[in-house]
Design a protein around this ligand. Sequence first.
Ligand code: GLC
Length: 552
Amino acid sequence: MSTISVADRIIYQIYPKSFKDSDHDGIGDLKGITQKLAYLKELGINTIWLNPIYVSPQIDNGYDVADYYQIDEKLGTLADFDELVAKAHALGLEIILDFVLNHTSEKHPWFQAALHDKESEFRNCYLFHKGKDGGPPNNWGSFFGGSVWQQDPLDADNYYFHLFAKEMPDLNWAEPKVRVEMLKIAKFWLDHGVDGFRLDAFIHIAKADFEQDMLTSSDKPQIAEMFYANLPQVRTYLQEFISQLRQLKPDIFILGEAASADIDLAVDYTTPADKSCDTVVTFRYFAEDKSQVEPDLPQIGQPVKLDIPSFKYNMLEWQKRLEGVSYPTLYWSNHDMPRILSRFAPPKEHSACAKMLATLMYLQRGIPCIYYGEELGLMSQTLPTLKAFEDPQIIDFANKARAKGWSENEILESASQAHKMAARLPMPFDETAYQGFSTVEPWKYSKVLQKTNIAKQESDQKSPLNYYRQLLRLKHQELFIKGRFILENTSSKLYVYRRISKNKQALVICNLSADEQSYPCGDLTKVLLGQNAKVLGQKVQLASYGAIVLER
Ligand code: GLC
């Protein structure tokens, strides 16, 4: 039985390839994570989410799974995994796995069978469909560029569906065999001691009628979420799948990735009566300020800032509408987006910004989910080559930017601030070669080393790392878990909220700007945590990017 309730969870997301290399091949691995469990315990988290660790051709860094029952050999073995789980559990830490259920790798034996034999019993496990007018069945676009359709090598007028890369064919959840197999895989990992799952891209497991085109005047494929995201059938499949998992393990923790879900869907997916997800991750918090973006260049290579007023509005909506329903996931970064500091912090103040942003986000009502290295205030790094992005869309961006006269350096820098890949670099532990991540050159590497590392921050009382430790200790207090949430109506330079329980109250004041700010705090003058801020009588004075947590 888990000793951690949903409300108590503090998640740490590990991108396994980049966390810690124990066998000197430049790729992080499971044993490396095991070696660092004490560090994670000390940080104050209690749940570790691992990005996919299964056998994979790595077209999409593990999200293309070829064998769900084995660990990718570069990351270790099943025995290493069992050891990781046992040692984590001994420390009171729980492990949740990324569960990739919308698609498999093209190398998965089912797809290989389906692809090479039209009569295969696995053909209906994927979405094969006849073309239209000599082309694909419709004009829907893939998230990774181009069409969702790829020609069937056995029949030129036939296609298979892939929402992501063409090497990642979508599964057909309407086929019972698929649902049975997914359950079997989940059970296998529960038997290996995992405590829950992060459901990857689950909102896409149902698709609309393929006859329907997206309306457009363009002849290019179009993103068509209305036909392949959040269809009503998703809830039915989800409910069936998770309720069966809950029969096997009643306290299983389910974190759903619902990237485009709005608050209404979040309520649906986490409604206790459905017993589906415990919490969902939305990408909708982070409204974008596109004022600096060049309209005639693809956005994928251009950094966008946060639109603060909209961000505040969105947070408020998610905080209030989920009250009494479920706990929102609180996060700033993940492997699919640039690191938050790259979107937010001016170069000289990034340490103060890191602490302020953590205070702002994690003391709200919800489940913190910290992306590895965020606790050090890591920024996205500049990748050394265009190839390192592993994304044809970046090559397209580069070609167009070059034509407008951008230099190679400008292209690399811009793309690195904007693209997910530059947020997936090795964790810096110390000052040794390759910053203690590995003894050889890491799989993904930047010429611009991280300016900080764990060893350096351990010994600095004012470091982001030590601040995170204090903050997470505070987060474990009842008031910051269960207390009501009230966001004050302030200018967009401030983010101020109260957490209120029967006989306690806390006031959290964050300065989102480089300008000095002051804010009345009444009799809440006892400082629980803070930086760049002080109490003067019944007022708080905040220097640039200051933050403070007060109680009576
Ligand atoms: C999710 C993952 C992302 C991956 C995609 C396809 O959105 O977070 O990294 O590319 O699913 O599996």
